[in-house]
Design a protein around this ligand. Structure first.
Ligand code: SF4
Length: 434
C-alpha cells in the first residue's frame, strides 16, 4: 500500500504536508492576557519570518485575549496563523476552535476518564471541521497518562501508541486537518518516537499526517541549537517532518533563524547521505548547525564514535582547535554519547512562566558549570514542568510568582521557597548528595 501524504493549508494561508516547504514556527513567552506585550512580540516574530505563532491559551479568559490579539494583528496586516496552546482544559480548546487557526492539544489531558476525553475530542473535531481549524495533537515525553505508561512504559513506543489512538479517531471522523508532535528533550527518544509514528501511519493507516518536529527543553545558546539541530536535522534528513520549532530559553524571535538554518543545512546536503564530508560555514552559528546536521545522525545511530573537523572551515579559515574541542564535547553530549559537562533541560517559557526564566537559567548554568554529568532542569511552571523535566537529577521549577520548588528527581524536596534563595538552595541540595 502506498501511503497518501495529507496536505492542507493552515488558516487558508500556510501550506503544510505533502512536500510543501518546511514551516518554521515559534511561540510567544508573554502572558496572553498582556495584549500589548503579546502583539508586540508577534509583530517581531512575523517580521523575522515566523510561519506560525503559538500563544499560551490555558483558559477561557486567554481565548478572549487571543481573539483581541488576532484582531489587532489582522488590522495591522499581519496574517501569520495563530495557534492556541491548550494543555488541559477541553472547554478552552472548544472555544479556541473558532478563534485560532490551529489548536494544540493533548486530548489525553482533557479528562481522567478516557471515555470523557474521547467525547471531548470528538466534539472538538466537529467544531474544527465547522471552522476550518487545524488540530495539533502534541504529546511530549513525560506527559503520557498512566493508562498508556502502565502498558508500554515511558518509552517512544508509548508515545507512538498514544498518538495512534487519537489518529484512528480522526480517521474514523473523516478529519484530516491534523498535525502531530512527539517531542522529548532526549534526542534518542525524540527521533525514535517520530520514526515509530511515521512507520505506523504509513503501514497501518496508509496516511502520512504532517509532523511538527522539536526537541523540548533544549536550553539556550550553542547547546540548545546543537541539540535541536541533532534531533530535527536527523529526521528532516530522513524525509520526516513538515514544520519545526527550535525551543530556546531565549528571546523566542531567535528561534526563527535557528530553525531556518537547520532547514537550509539539510537542504544543502549536510546529512549523512548528503555527500559532504566537511563543513563550509559562514560563521560560528552556521558551523554548529551544519556540523550537527552532518555528524549528529550517525553519532545518534552509533554508526560512528567520533568525527574529524580538519577540513572544515568557518569564513574560509580552519576551525580553531579549542572551538573544535568545545563543539565536539557539545555534539557528543547532545547525541548522548559522552557527558563531559552538566546536562541542562530548560523549557523556553511561555505565558505560564511567572519569573525571568532566561536570566535565571543563565545564572543556574553559570553556577553549576563544574557539575559534569549532572542533569539539571530549569522549568517555568509547575503545571507542566515536573512532568516534562524528563530524567533530570534535580529540578528548579517556578511555582507561583516569585517562588520556586526544588526537586530531587521527580520528588519535590523544598517547596515554595523565595526565588532569591533558590539557586543557593539548589547548590546545597546537590552538594548534600555528593
Ligand atoms: S514547562 Fe510550563 S512554563 Fe515551561 S514552556 Fe512548558 S508550560 Fe510553559
Amino acid at each position: 500500500m502506498v501511503a497518501r501524504s495529507i496536505s492542507f493549508s493552515i488558516g487558508g494561508r500556510v501550506p503544510i504536508g505533502g512536500g510543501a516547504p518546511i514551516v518554521v514556527q515559534t511561540m510567544c513567552n508573554t502572558s496572553t492576557d498582556d495584549i500589548e506585550a503579546s502583539v508586540a512580540q508577534c509583530r517581531r516574530m512575523a517580521a523575522a519570518g515566523a510561519g506560525l505563532i503559538r500563544l499560551t491559551t490555558q483558559g477561557l479568559k486567554q481565548v478572549e485575549s487571543l481573539r483581541i490579539i488576532r484582531d489587532r494583528l489582522r488590522a495591522e496586516g499581519i496574517d501569520t496563523p495563530l495557534v492556541a496552546d491548550i494543555h488541559f482544559l477541553a472547554d478552552a480548546a472548544l472555544a479556541a476552535a473558532s478563534v485560532a487557526d490551529k489548536v494544540r492539544i493533548n486530548p489525553g489531558n482533557f479528562a481522567k476518564d478516557h471515555d470523557v476525553a474521547c467525547a471531548k475530542f470528538r466534539e472538538l473535531i466537529g467544531l474544527c471541521k465547522q471552522h476550518g481549524t487545524t488540530i495539533r495533537i502534541g504529546l511530549n515525553h513525560g506527559s503520557l497518562g498512566e493508562r498508556i505508561t502502565q502498558k508500554y512504559g515511558n518509552t517512544p513506543l508509548a508515545m507512538k501508541e498514544a498518538v495512534m489512538e487519537w489518529l484512528r479517531m480522526c480517521v474514523a471522523e473523516d478529519f484530516e486537518r491534523v498535525v502531530i508532535s512527539l517531542k522529548a528533550s532526549n534526542t534518542v527518544v525524540m527521533t525514535e518516537a517520530y520514526r515509530l509514528l511515521y512507520a505506523a501511519m504509513r503501514d497501518e493507516l496508509g496516511l502520512l499526517f504532517p509532523l511538527h518536529l522539536g526537541v523540548t527543553e533544549a536550553g539556550n545558546g550553542d547547546e540548545g541549537r546543537i541539540k535541536s539541530a541533532v534531533g530535527i536535522g536527523t529526521l528532516l534528513g530522513e524525509g520526516i517532518g513538515d514544520t519545526i520549532r527550535v525551543s530556546l530559553t531565549e528571546d523566542p524571535v531567535r528561534e526563527i533563524p535557528a530553525g531556518e538554518a537547520i532547514v537550509a543545512a539539510v537542504a544543502a546536503g549536510y546529512t549523512p547521505r548528503g555527500g559532504r564530508t566537511a563543513v563550509e560555514a559562514a560563521d560560528w552559528n552556521d558551523f554548529i548547525i551544519k556540523a550537527s546536521c552532518l555528524w549528529g545522525p550517525s553519532l545518534l545511530a552509533k554508526t560512528i564514535d567520533d568525527f574529524s573537523l580538519e577540513s572544515s572551515t568557518i569564513a574560509g579559515a580552519p576551525v580553531a582547535a579549542d572551538d573544535a574541542e568545545r563543539f565536539r564535547d557539545m555534539l557528543l553530549q547532545a547525541c548522548r554519547r559522552r557527558f563531559t559537562r552538566p546536562e541542562y533541560i530548560a523549557c523556553p517559557g511561555c505565558g505560564r512562566t511567572l519569573y525571568d526564566l532566561e536570566s535565571t537559567f543563565a545564572e543556574v548554568k553559570r553556577r553549576t558549570a563544574h557539575l559534569a554529568g549532572v542533569k539539571i532542569a530549569v522549568m517555568g511552571c509547575v503545571v507542566n514542568g515536573p512532568g516534562e523535566m524528563a530524567d533530570a537529577d534535580y529540578g528548579y521549577v517556578g511555582e507561583g510568582r516569585g517562588h520556586v520548588t526544588l526537586y530531587r528527581g521527580k520528588t519535590p524536596v523544598l517547596r515554595y521557597i523565595p526565588q532569591e534563595e533558590a539557586i543557593d538552595k539548589l547548590l546545597e541540595l546537590i552538594a548534600s548528595d555528593r
